[in-house]
Design a protein around this ligand. Structure first.
Ligand code: NAD
Length: 439
């Protein structure tokens, strides 16, 4: 079967590469011609572990191709996935469906022969039915069925997540769509991955409910971390003590600088908008959004308190992406913290293993460095914003020796307080007491 994937971003590219790995003949379409050209040259535009090898192997096997010509890619495809962006509407909570609608219209015009059109983008409840009507309007004679197949992959482990998902959710309204989607996911079903068939609305809501719940766990543990600091408890032990309870589990209970990325912020906002429209309340999710924004905004104050005021201080920032193993900067804490520090008179040096190229044009007046040691030179504080593995094993004595004042502010709790106590650093982390160097 031929499969077309519209959108060659984090989700589209991974979907296309993984489906070609299953043996399907896949064509991945993007409207950005230069992105397509780079992909055809073998250049992967995003940082995602394992993706380059998969793309290379399947291109060589002749199963994967890239194009900016949506119409010819869609013709003859048995399934067409829509994997374009659904950002928040400017200044609003609701998801902007402009890209999805445009893609659906283009697909509708190009359809020939029976095709299943699948929304893989995260879309508000009701979208599959809206798109079905949209396609009918542009092509009353088209032979197609809709399916809603939200994606749960995480950036940084997207390939692994796609190939070994916990479950696959498919919303649909016809037996023929069910058969086609079963064919697409048979390789995973044979490995025992549960495939959940639901109606459109349920599938669409599962995605938002899952993301809002995970965001809530993060918001909750961040609040507990603050409480730990206030009462002298240790959040690491609290998390373990809670998480070993099988009703709770340990996942998504790691305190941090506030969640960011391309999904949790916009999807929680979109959920509140969906709920409002439906006349239901989403008080918990609203509180999570508010607490998360306040957390990001409070980080500069925490740094100021740790260094005794920001004016004239040099702050070394380690990590810019919203989490490790990705170059995605969307709604990253760095974009709130760095401008706030600069506004208060601090100068910034910064390093990230993969995200500097993307960050450079967006964050002015930052001195970009080639590694953590260069970043720390003459700094008054180091701030860890992203939990990259390469920061975990840094030689802290060597770092401290380069600095004007050895202050380490760890917004990811990647160091053991006991280890840092043996170095010259004053160590501030989340939900744990500040550590002064041992004599
Ligand atoms: P992205 O911004 O990385 O990629 C979207 C791509 O679609 C871009 O390359 C854009 O040029 C292309 N595009 C837009 N309109 C097009 C059109 N009409 N024809 C061809 N190409 C077009 O987005 P993403 O992060 O991959 O997210 C896509 C969707 O998947 C969103 O709805 C998102 O919420 C959802 N999602 C994302 C993740 C994630 O971790 N990034 C995880 C699960 C679900």
């Amino acid at each position: 079967m031929r499969v077309a994937v519209v959108g060659a971003g984090y989700v589209g590219l991974v979907t296309a590469a993984c489906l070609s790995e299953f043996g399907f003949e896949v064509i991945c379409i993007d409207k950005e011609a230069d992105k397509v050209e780079r992909l055809r040259q073998g250049e992967i535009p995003i940082h995602e572990p394992g993706l380059d090898g998969l793309v290379f192997a399947n291109r060589r096997a002749g199963r994967l191709d890239f194009s900016d010509d949506l119409a010819s890619a869609v013709r003859g495809a048995g399934v067409v996935f829509i994997a374009v962006g659904t950002p928040s509407r400017r200044g609003e909570d609701a998801a902007d469906l402009a890209f999805v609608r445009a893609a659906a219209e283009q697909i509708g015009r190009a359809l020939d022969g029976f095709t299943v059109v699948v929304t893989k983008s995260t879309v508000p409840v009701g979208t599959a039915r809206i798109l079905e009507q949209l396609i009918r309007n542009v092509r009353p004679d088209a032979d197609f069925a809709m399916a809603s197949n939200p994606e749960f992959l995480r950036e940084g482990s997207a390939v692994e997540d796609f190939l070994r998902p916990d479950r696959i959710v498919v919303g649909l309204s016809s037996e023929i769509a069910r058969e086609r989607m079963s064919e697409v996911y048979r390789p995973l079903m044979l490995r025992g991955v549960p495939l959940l068939f639901t109606n459109f609305e349920t599938a669409e809501l599962i995605k938002y409910a899952a993301n809002a719940y995970l965001a809530t766990r993060i918001g909750f543990i961040n609040e507990m971390a603050d409480l730990c600091e206030a009462v002298g408890a240790d959040v690491g032990a609290v998390t373990r003590g809670m998480g070993l309870d099988r009703r709770i589990g340990l996942h998504y209970l790691q305190p941090g600088p506030g969640f960011g990325g391309s999904c949790f912020p916009k999807d929680t906002r979109a959920l509140t908008s969906i709920a409002k429209q439906a006349g239901a309340r989403s008080r918990i999710v609203e509180a999570v959004i508010e607490a998360n924004a306040a957390r990001k905004e409070s980080l500069a104050e925490r740094i100021a308190a740790a260094v005794g005021g920001l004016r004239g201080k040099r702050v070394a920032v380690l990590g810019l992406s919203f989490k490790a193993e990705t170059d995605d900067l969307r709604e990253a804490a760095s974009f709130v913290v760095i401008p706030a520090l600069q506004k208060e008179g601090a100068t910034i040096t910064a390093y990230d293993p993969v995200a500097i190229a993307a960050a450079r044009p967006l964050l002015p007046d930052v001195t970009w460095c080639g590694d953590a040691y260069e970043t720390a030179k003459d700094a008054d504080a180091i701030v860890v914003l992203t939990e990259w593995n390469e920061f975990r094993g840094l030689d802290l004595r060597r770092l401290a020796a380069q600095m004007r004042k050895p202050v380490l502010i760890d917004f990811r709790n990647i160091y053991s307080a006991g280890d840092v106590a043996k170095t010259p650093f004053v160590y501030h982390s989340l939900g744990r007491t500040t550590v002064e160097p041992q004599a």
